[in-house]
Design a protein around this ligand. Structure first.
Ligand SMILES: C[S@@+](CC[C@H](N)C(=O)[O-])C[C@H]1O[C@@H](n2cnc3c(N)ncnc32)[C@H](O)[C@@H]1O
Length: 286
């Protein structure tokens, strides 16, 4: 074959390979776009219906789709989680009121993340409560699925942005319907999420009886000053200035910290409190 002909042949083959690569890439992109479009609806569609719609005969294809779906709903969870950590409580309330189904998406992702934690702070708090008198009245601020109330004998008022259960009161927890000085124990289990978190603690102070307990469990990295987290002592100081005495703190768990406070008998003098910033807790992609 003469030189010119060989060159033309090589060019033709290169073009064919490039076009085949582009074709495959385009197919993958279309598949992802299709899944993303379906995932958009999945926030509203029940899981059982989604499974039926997406059933495909080929098991490899179905594995691939399952993986893609898990990745996309993980992405949805991370987006919602970030939203909750970067807006105020009333914005979060409006956001979920517009589309309450997103709350289920958030909680499915949250439970998945928590399943990797060796110990759940809500269980530590539940066990602590079981060691107290069952006559103590409890307020669970940011109760999630309300499992604290289900696992103790105490009367528990459960608050969250969305209520999927008649026992859960939907509200922004900076403004609960509780009477002042009516509660013995206020619980915040991983729920100091909003940018206005001090107003949640102010509300707890309002509803607690004098000497009432304030229990806070938070993600440990939020209190790691070496990693952009808050200084725990600055946080303790601010909570004490709000009108509490610090009883104990527990940093022994790898994933979360626990603070126990008691409301002071006398109201503190009003003064500006310097609250440390609590950095958003953004979950990494698994
Ligand atoms: C990380 S989840 C923890 C749920 C539960 N406490 C547990 O430990 O399983 C935090 C919860 O706080 C709720 N939350 C965040 N900000 C809130 C607000 N301003 N008012 C009411 N609930 C809020 C979220 O909707 C979410 O359900």
């Amino acid at each position: 074959m003469e030189v010119g002909k060989r060159k033309r042949e090589r060019r033709r083959r290169r073009r064919a390979r490039k076009s085949s690569r582009e074709h495959n890439q385009k197919r993958k992109e279309e598949e992802v776009a299709h899944l993303e479009a379906q995932e958009e609806n999945s926030a509203i569609e029940p899981e059982s219906k989604r499974r039926k719609t997406h059933t495909v005969g080929h098991s490899n294809a179905s594995n691939f789709l399952d993986k893609m779906r898990a990745r996309l709903s993980g992405g949805h969870f991370r987006m919602l989680n970030e939203k909750l950590y970067t807006c105020s409580g009333d914005e979060a309330l409006k956001f979920f009121q517009e589309d309450p189904a997103l709350f289920d998406v958030y909680h499915a992702g949250y439970q998945e993340q928590m399943s990797h934690w060796p110990e759940q702070p809500v269980n530590i708090i539940t066990n602590w409560l079981k060691g107290q008198s069952p006559s103590l009245t409890v307020a669970d601020f940011g109760c999630g699925d309300g499992r604290l109330a289900r696992n103790v004998k105490n009367k528990v008022f459960s608050f969250d942005l969305v209520s999927n259960d008649p026992s859960i009161i939907a509200c922004d927890m900076s403004n609960t319907p509780l009477d002042s000085s009516s509660i013995d124990v206020a619980v915040f289990c991983l729920s100091l999420m909003g940018t206005n978190f001090p107003s949640y603690l102010q509300e707890a102070h309002r509803v607690l009886k004098p000497c009432g307990w304030l229990l806070i469990a938070e993600v440990k990295s939020r209190f790691d000053p070496n990693n952009g987290g808050a200084d725990p002592n600055g946080f303790l100081k601010a909570v004490c200035e709000l009108g509490f005495n610090s009883v104990s703190k527990d940093f022994s768990n790898k994933m979360f910290v626990l603070f126990f406070f008691k409301k002071k008998k006398a109201s503190p003098e009003t003064k500006e409190i310097e609250w440390p910033e609590l950095k958003p807790c953004i979950y990494k992609r698994r």
